[in-house]
Write a protein that binds this ligand. Sequence first.
Ligand code: SF4
Length: 260
Amino acid sequence: MAMKKTISHQTKNVSDDRTMRREDETTQPKLSASSTIENVEEARRVFPFVRQNLRTVYGLPQLEKNLDPLDVLIETILSQSTSNINSQRAFAAFKQRFPNWEDARRARPATIEAAIRSGGLARQKSLVIKRLLHDIKAQRGSLDLSFLRHASLAEAKAFLSSFTGVGPKTVACVLLFACHRPVFPIDTHIFRIARRLRWLPEKGSDADAHQLMEQIIPQEHFYEAHINFIRHGRTVCRPQNPLCEQCCLVDYCHYYQNQF
Ligand code: SF4
């Protein structure tokens, strides 16, 4: 099944508020030593206002049903270090060339590389995808990842994290978008905004950042927050010359308060 929209723009079907599985509270991570309890508590306090302001501007995105976990995994790998348009184009071309992932698993890396060339870094990504498909088949006996919807969250994370080229963001995208599990993916836009809001420290690992954001944002709002932060980062809170005068988060932004 080809995804019709980018993983960051899945905007149809049932609300994530109702479909996302709640997990055992004991799975919540401990605070990172690189951030203070006060920062997290303040971020938790203002999150409802931030969410509402973003929703007013960008709307309420809704999780798409029935996405295939392997589709999302491969699309997320293709999205690394390239634009949305390029990765969408590469994924569509890949699916057209290989409607069946088993055929892609058997293909030569050069054939995969040719199919995803429009996405950039095709050589490296073809090798990652080829190895990924091989390793999944070797571990599971098939390329069906639907078990991730029902495995424990720790097992699902450990399984995906075990593959070369699959980092915390990719793990979170697969589990949130395709499995409706409570995991918060952080992309470059979310990192930037969260640091400007001072929800995340300037330095720290990706894994720590994912854990901190999952402490700040209630899990029923993971999808909405992920999508709307990205929309905000693309249009207003840009890397250079952010449009602070137009920003709906200005009242909560330390970057802005330090600038003006
Ligand atoms: S006020 Fe400026 S820096 Fe802060 S979130 Fe808004 S656009 Fe970004």
